[in-house]
Structure formats: C-alpha cells, structure tokens
Design a protein around this ligand. Structure first.
Ligand SMILES: O=C(O)CCC(=O)C(=O)O
Ligand SMILES: [Fe+2]
Length: 230
C-alpha cells in the first residue's frame, strides 16, 4: 500500500490489497449477487439519469447491535477480505476518518458495479459519518473509460456542515475541484462533508464495468448504512 496523494480532505493509496487478496476479490465479485441500486429504497443520491449501477450485499464491521438480516464481519464471504484489509489500515486512514471509538463505531463494506453509461450524481455522504472510502476492484482501467471520482475543491468552503455556504445549482461550491481515475486496487478515503460525484463510465469502456467496494465510517445512530445526503 502506497500513499500517492493526500490533502486535508482526501487521500489516495495505490496497491491497497496484496496480490492474492486482489485475486480473491475478483473471484468474489464474479460470484456475488447484484441488484439495481434503484430497486432499493434508501438510495437517495442515485438520480434517475445516473444510469443503472448495481449493488451487492453490505457487511458491517463491529456493529454493537446489528439489525437482523445484516451481515457482520467476519461473515464467511469474500467481502471479508476487504473489511480485514481496511481494519489493518485504520492507523493510516485515521487522519481523514478519525479513530474507532471516538469518531466512529463501525464501518460498512458494499460492493458496486457501474456498467457503461452509469455514474453517481454530486452528493455528500450523510452527515453523521466520520468519513468514507472506496476501493476499485476491476482488473483494468484506462483513463479514456471515464468514471473518475470527482471531489469538489476549495476546502475552506467545506468546513463545518457546509450548509451555511452558498451552493450553486450543481451542488459544487465554487465549481472547481479534483479528480481520481479509478485504477485497479486504488483506495480513496475522504473526510465527511466533501462533495463528490462519479463521472459516467464512457461508451469506450464497452463491457469493462467499474467494480468497487465502498463504505462509510459511522456511529450506530441512523441513517441506514447506505444512505447518502444529496
Ligand atoms: O465509487 C466512487 O468512486 C465513489 C462512490 C461514492 O461516492 C459512494 O458510494 O457514496
Ligand atoms: Fe459518496
């Protein structure tokens, strides 16, 4: 794991999983059941024109009182590999998400597939989150295939809740920022409150879909694990 870029708001680590763990995740994602995100009621950030991303099951780490029918790490599925790796990396992620028991109690792991034409509109991961992460798990990604993670810039505009700051129609304060190409085995970790979006997967990607496992560092309070504030 190599820290490639860091700012106050987010960090990018390359080669996050070891080679064997990365292979295990490919096998797991190839066998996981996925459903269209809009077939689940709690996805508020995915807009009608975001195309048709797919979502797999969610696993929680360390939940003090897990709701029924929720998988808790270790759950015996391949997604455990990512939860274990995130746990091992927690000291490195603390500058952005804080410490367990202080800023958050547990984190979530949810797998996604963004096929050609799909993306995710501008949003903030919901307010009672300490931060979030995403790990890219497709075997290959070319910059022309799009699907960059966009992060809205001008950090001082993101301090506090951000709600007191003027917002433009796009939801991106000031309309400037940075992007991260979703190269395989790249982990992005970001502080709560940063506006971000996923550009649509370009038509040139063809059948190369964008695979990821994303999650939030959160407290046991509401909202549900996959909620986002748009
Ligand atoms: O896939 C990504 O790059 C980011 C995903 C995201 O923002 C989310 O799932 O809330
Ligand atoms: Fe997000």
């Amino acid at each position: 794991m190599e820290l490639l870029h860091s700012s106050d708001q987010f960090a990018v680590f390359d080669d996050f999983l070891g080679a064997e763990a990365f292979q295990q995740m490919q096998a797991y994602l190839g066998s996981e059941n996925f459903t269209y995100v809009r077939s689940r009621r709690w996805h508020t950030a995915f807009k009608l024109l975001d195309g048709d991303p797919l979502v797999g099951s969610s696993v929680l780490s360390d939940h003090p009182a897990p709701p029924e029918n929720v998988l808790v790490h270790p759950c015996g599925r391949g997604i455990d590999v990512v939860a274990t790796a995130i746990k091992a990396a927690l000291p490195d992620l603390a500058p952005w998400v804080g410490k367990q028991g202080e800023a958050w109690e547990f984190f979530t792991c949810t797998s996604y597939i963004y096929p050609m034409g799909s993306g995710l509109s501008w949003h903030k991961d919901a307010k009672n989150r300490a931060g979030s992460y995403v790990l890219y798990l497709h075997p290959e990604w070319q910059p022309k295939w799009g699907a960059e993670l966009l992060l809205s810039g001008t950090p001082e505009w993101h301090r506090g809740t951000g709600d007191e700051q003027p917002q433009r129609a796009t939801g991106t304060p000031g309309g400037i920022g940075q992007f991260v190409t979703p190269y395989p085995n790249r982990l992005v970790v970001m502080k709560a409150g940063v506006m971000h979006a996923v550009k649509k997967v370009d038509v040139t990607a063809g059948d190369h879909a964008r695979y990821s496992i994303a999650g939030f560092f959160q407290t046991a309070a509401e909202p549900a694990p996959q909620d986002r504030a748009s």
